[in-house]
Design a protein around this ligand. Structure first.
Ligand SMILES: Cc1cc2nc3c(=O)[nH]c(=O)nc-3n(C[C@H](O)[C@H](O)[C@H](O)COP(=O)(O)OP(=O)(O)OC[C@H]3O[C@@H](n4cnc5c(N)ncnc54)[C@H](O)[C@@H]3O)c2cc1C
Length: 485
């Protein structure tokens, strides 16, 4: 199908972060190549960026989706460097570092050194009111619990086995729920947080491993070349996540044919050749040598149903959770609580109707005018799916009531916005990694086809970037291989 004068035709379906990262990597890889690649980026909605976005509302800078990313994974920092965005990165404000957890209706600081699953310091555990004396003892007995031998275990099983039920219910479930909006009884530890399994295997105990890590981190703290030391564990952008999107959009517009408002209906193989026919929602067909599918797994399942029913069925079985973020801003004079952390996570056992609240203007500078605070409250997720069906007005009312009760916030908010994320967060359930291995084997049987997105090997921004870039590299290599044969 390759025209001797024109270059290989490549379609990228989905203009979220993964698709944009794939486009950017293809442009990088093919720089100076003749004839140049002909890359077309199809995006169903009118704007590129998918579930990431930033809005300026009055004097507030609001990240409506993701607001920060992990710096200890190389994907995002590496891309920022290549895009010349390094100087735009902002570290989280050290004055407020830490998180509160709701305990018996009141916000209590998560014990210092407690990292998602595991404590790295003993004293904060002994003094926290969150755990009972027995809960503390059971947590610290982790030191002596022998390593397990289950290949893929749920997060809940793992934490109960190593630290006991109280640690799961009062600390781990809300902290992890804040990231994955998931049910810990179903979440695969191997697929979401394999480093804790590695710690168990290497040291026999997570407490032992965390204490060792803490020592080596202290040594690293003097090393300013390491991403973690330079930015802290999380970084954002001075102007919000939109800065990353804007840089990627500029690159895409320079190197691709960007077609927004263009929903793709399906893909099929062109006769016995290696090419693909991309069927647009209006029924027209366009031919491509290679395709990157960078949508959610359920959208990809629809696109690939005709091409490969087995692949489509595997994709369909990746479950998704829906959620909403209710953005509010308040005069600090109307807030009784000092809001002296990055936010609050809410255990399921507290029987509240919110999952977490992030204090955006405590995390990053210049998100709110002096004397005000910007907050983002998460509702719904896999644990409270019924809330996703509520009208905006009901969600606003619920959040007002909860924030008033928990933080003593009086009066109506300065701004109030509901942003919905229907079926946006993939749930890596037990068995996920086996499914992804099967998916990758099935995809490899279609030369010139690659999947990208946060449904496979990581849900965060660095993972989405790595996934898009890996898909681009697969497609680029497949072209080279085809030329050689
Ligand atoms: C509420 C929320 C908060 C988050 N916060 C963070 C955070 O703070 N830090 C972090 O690291 N990660 C965070 N994440 C995760 C992160 O935002 C995602 O991993 C990342 O944005 C996923 O990008 P994507 O391109 O894979 O998917 P998407 O953004 O979903 O993009 C897929 C794109 O494909 C398009 N599309 C779908 N079907 C078709 C079709 N048939 N034809 C054409 N186009 C199609 C869609 O319109 C969409 O634009 C958060 C996620 C959510 C939901």
């Amino acid at each position: 199908m390759t025209n001797p004068v024109k270059g290989r035709r490549i379609a990228i379906i989905g203009g979220g972060l993964s698709g944009l990262a794939a486009a950017h990597r293809l442009i990088e890889l093919s720089a100076g190549q003749l004839p140049p690649l002909e890359i077309t980026l199809f995006e169903a909605s009118p704007r590129l960026g998918g579930i990431i976005g930033t809005q300026r509302i009055d004097d507030y800078l609001v990240d409506t989706g993701a607001d920060s990313f992990l710096t200890n994974k190389p994907g995002a920092i590496g891309l920022c460097k290549r895009l010349g965005l390094e100087s735009r990165l902002v570290a989280t404000d050290t004055r407020y570092r830490g998180v509160h957890v709701l305990f018996d209706g009141r916000p209590v600081p998560v014990p210092e050194g407690f990292q998602l699953l595991s404590p790295s310091a003993i004293w904060p555990i002994l003094t926290t009111p969150i755990l009972s004396p027995w809960g503390k003892l059971r947590m610290l007995m982790e030191y002596f619990v022998p390593p397990g031998d289950v290949a893929d275990e749920s997060l809940a099983d793992f934490v109960r086995r190593r630290f006991g039920r109280e640690t799961l219910d009062r600390l781990v479930q809300p902290l992890v729920g804040g990231i994955y909006t998931s049910d810990p009884e179903k979440l695969s530890l191997a697929a979401t947080m394999p480093r804790f399994l590695d710690m168990e295997r290497a040291y026999g105990s997570l407490i032992r491993a965390s204490r060792k890590e803490k020592k080596s981190k202290r040594a690293m703290a003097s090393d300013t070349t390491s991403g973690g030391a330079r930015y802290g564990l999380f970084a954002g952008f001075a102007g919000g996540m939109e800065e990353l999107l804007a840089a990627l959009r500029t690159q895409a517009n320079l190197g691709c044919n960007v077609r927004t408002g263009m929903r793709i209906h399906s893909l099929s193989q062109v006769g016995s050749s290696a090419g693909y026919s991309v069927v647009l929602a209006n029924g027209t067909q366009e031919l491509f040598d290679a395709v990157v599918v960078a949508t959610t797994a359920h959208q990809a399942a629809k696109l690939l149903g005709e091409l490969d029913p087995a692949l489509s069925s595997e994709l369909n079985q990746i479950e998704y959770a829906s959620s909403a973020i209710i953005v509010t801003a308040h005069k600090l004079a109307n807030v009784r609580h000092p809001l002296n952390s990055f936010g609050l996570v809410v255990p399921h056992r507290e029987r509240r109707r919110i999952l977490a609240t992030s204090f955006s203007s405590r995390k990053f500078p210049e998100r709110a005018p002096a004397g005000s605070v910007l907050m983002r409250t998460f509702v719904g997720g896999a644990m409270q799916p019924e809330l996703n069906d509520y009208e905006d007005a009901s969600l606003k009312r619920i959040v007002r009531d909860e924030l008033a009760d928990i933080f003593g916030i009086q009066g109506p908010p300065e701004i109030e916005l509901v942003v919905r994320y229907p079926r946006a967060m993939p749930q890596y359930h037990v068995g996920h990694l086996d499914r992804v291995n099967r998916l990758e084997s099935l995809t490899a049987t279609h030369p010139g086809l690659a999947l990208a997105g946060n449904a496979f090997r990581g849900v965060g921004i660095p993972d989405s970037i790595v996934s898009g870039e890996a898909a681009a590299e697969t497609i680029f290599r497949s072209g080279r291989d085809a030329e050689r044969t």
